[in-house]
Ligand binder design. Structure first.
Ligand code: TXA
Ligand code: MG
Length: 338
C-alpha cells in the first residue's frame, strides 16, 4: 500500500478537498494518521469494528489495550457516554479542547474493540486545529492511539509516523511537529473524584486548582491489574538500552566515560544547561525549559536508533509539574536507573 501524504502549512488547515479526502478515507473504514497537540494519532472510525482491528494490526498492539475516542466537541463527547459528572464538565470547561483524556462509563456507541471490552471509554477533544477540523467534519468519533509501532516512542512528527507505518496505512496528514510532545493526561472519571492514570501536561496541580480538591495518588504502577491496561506494557522503549542517571550530575560524565572506555558509541540526552555545566556535547539538543524538553524528548530517543548508537545516557529532571510526565516516560523507557 502506498502511503499518501497531505502536507499542511504551520498554523494552516486542510483545504476542503483534502478534508473531504481524509473524511472519506475514514468513512470507508481505512486508517488516517493525523496530528494532535500531543503526538500524532492513528485514526479510524470508532463505530466500525473492522476499521479498529486495522489499528491493532498496523501497530502490532495487544488487543486488550483500549483506545482513546477523539471527538470535536462536548456535544459529540456526550453522545458516547452514559453521563458526565459535574466535575468532568468543569474540567472540560477549563482544559478541553486540550491534552486531557476522560475515562467515563460508555453507552455502546463505539465498537467494543475500542474499549477492549471494558465498560468504560477514554474520550478526548484535542486542540490541534487540524485535528479539530477533521473531527468536526466526521459524523463519527475517531479512535486513535499514538501512531507508532507498539513499544516505540510516540511520534511527534510525520517523519516518525512514516518510519513506523509507511506502506501500512493509506493516508497521513503532515502538519509538522506536534507541540506538547508527550501524550495526554489520562483521568479515570468513574469515581467521585478523578484519578490520574497517566501524567501529562495538564498536571495534578492544575486539576486540583480547578476542582479545589486534593487528589489521591494513583497506585497504578504498583497494582497487578492496572486500571489503564496500557500501563502494564513497557512503553516508550527505544531500540537501544537507556541508562537514566539520577542525583549528582557528575555521575553522567562518569557513566559516559565508562561506556566510551568499552568502545561503545554513547548517545547523550541532556538539557542544554547540564550539557554546558558538564562541558559535554549532548548529541541531541533537548532544550532548556521543561516544555522544550518534553516537546523534544521522543525525537531525541528516536534519533539515536538510526545512527547505530550502543547506549543512551539520559539526565533526570525534577519531578514537579510537567517534569512528572517527562520522568514517567523516561523511567518507562529506561533499562537501568542509577
Ligand atoms: O495524547 C494522546 O493521548 C494520544 C493522542 C493521539 O491523542 N493518544 C494516545 O493513545 O496516547 P494511546 O493509545 O497511545 O494511549 C491511551 C492510553 C493507554 O494507556 C490505554 O490503556 C488507556 O489510555 N486507556 C484507553 N481506554 C481506557 C479505558 N477505558 N480505561 C483505562 N485506560 C484506558
Ligand atoms: Mg501509545
Amino acid at each position: 500500500m502506498k502511503t499518501k501524504q497531505l502536507k499542511v502549512k504551520t498554523d494552516g488547515l486542510l483545504t476542503k478537498k483534502e478534508l473531504n479526502h481524509a473524511v472519506e478515507t475514514l468513512s470507508a473504514g481505512e486508517l488516517v494518521a493525523f496530528p494532535t497537540e500531543t503526538v500524532y494519532g492513528l485514526g479510524a472510525d470508532a463505530t466500525n469494528s473492522l476499521a479498529i482491528l486495522k489499528i491493532y494490526q498496523a501497530k502490532g498492539r495487544p488487543s486488550d489495550n483500549p483506545l482513546i475516542a477523539h471527538v470535536g466537541s462536548f456535544n459529540q463527547l456526550k453522545r458516547l457516554v452514559k453521563y458526565v459528572p459535574t466535575y468532568v464538565e468543569e474540567l472540560i470547561h477549563h482544559f478541553s479542547p486540550g491534552p486531557i483524556t476522560y475515562i467515563l462509563k460508555h453507552n455502546h456507541v463505539c465498537s467494543n474493540k475500542v474499549t477492549a471490552g471494558l465498560d468504560t471509554i477514554a474520550v478526548r477533544i484535542p486542540s490541534h486545529p487540524v485535528a479539530l477540523q477533521l473531527l468536526k467534519a466526521c459524523e463519527f468519533p475517531v479512535a486513535a492511539p499514538s501512531a507508532n509501532l507498539s513499544g516505540k516512542p510516540s511520534p511527534t512528527s510525520a517523519k516518525h509516523v512514516l518510519k513506523d507505518l509507511a506502506g501500512k496505512i493509506p493516508l497521513i496528514i503532515d502538519a509538522g511537529n506536534t507541540g506538547v510532545g508527550l501524550e495526554s493526561t489520562v483521568l479515570d472519571c468513574t469515581g467521585d473524584l478523578p484519578v490520574i492514570l497517566r501524567d501529562g501536561s495538564i498536571t495534578r496541580e492544575m486539576i486540583e486548582k480547578v476542582l479545589n480538591v486534593t487528589l489521591k495518588q494513583s497506585e497504578q504502577l504498583t497494582i497487578k491489574t492496572p486500571k489503564s491496561p496500557g500501563l502494564k506494557y513497557k512503553h516508550y522503549a527505544p531500540a537501544i538500552p537507556l541508562i537514566l542517571i539520577q542525583g549528582n550530575k557528575e555521575k553522567i560524565r562518569t557513566e559516559i566515560l565508562a561506556y566510551q572506555a568499552l568502545g561503545k558509541k554513547v548517545g547523550i540526552l541532556l538539557s542544554d544547561q547540564t550539557a554546558m555545566k558538564l562541558d559535554l556535547k549532548s548529541n541531541f539538543r533537548l532544550g532548556q525549559t521543561i516544555e522544550e524538553i518534553a516537546s523534544n524528548l521522543y525525537d531525541g530517543l528516536r534519533s539515536f536508533e538510526n545512527m547505530d548508537y550502543d547506549v543512551i545516557i539520559a539526565e533526570s529532571f525534577e519531578k514537579k509539574e510537567l517534569g512528572i510526565a517527562v520522568m514517567d516516560r523516561l523511567t518507562r523507557a529506561a533499562t537501568k536507573i542509577i
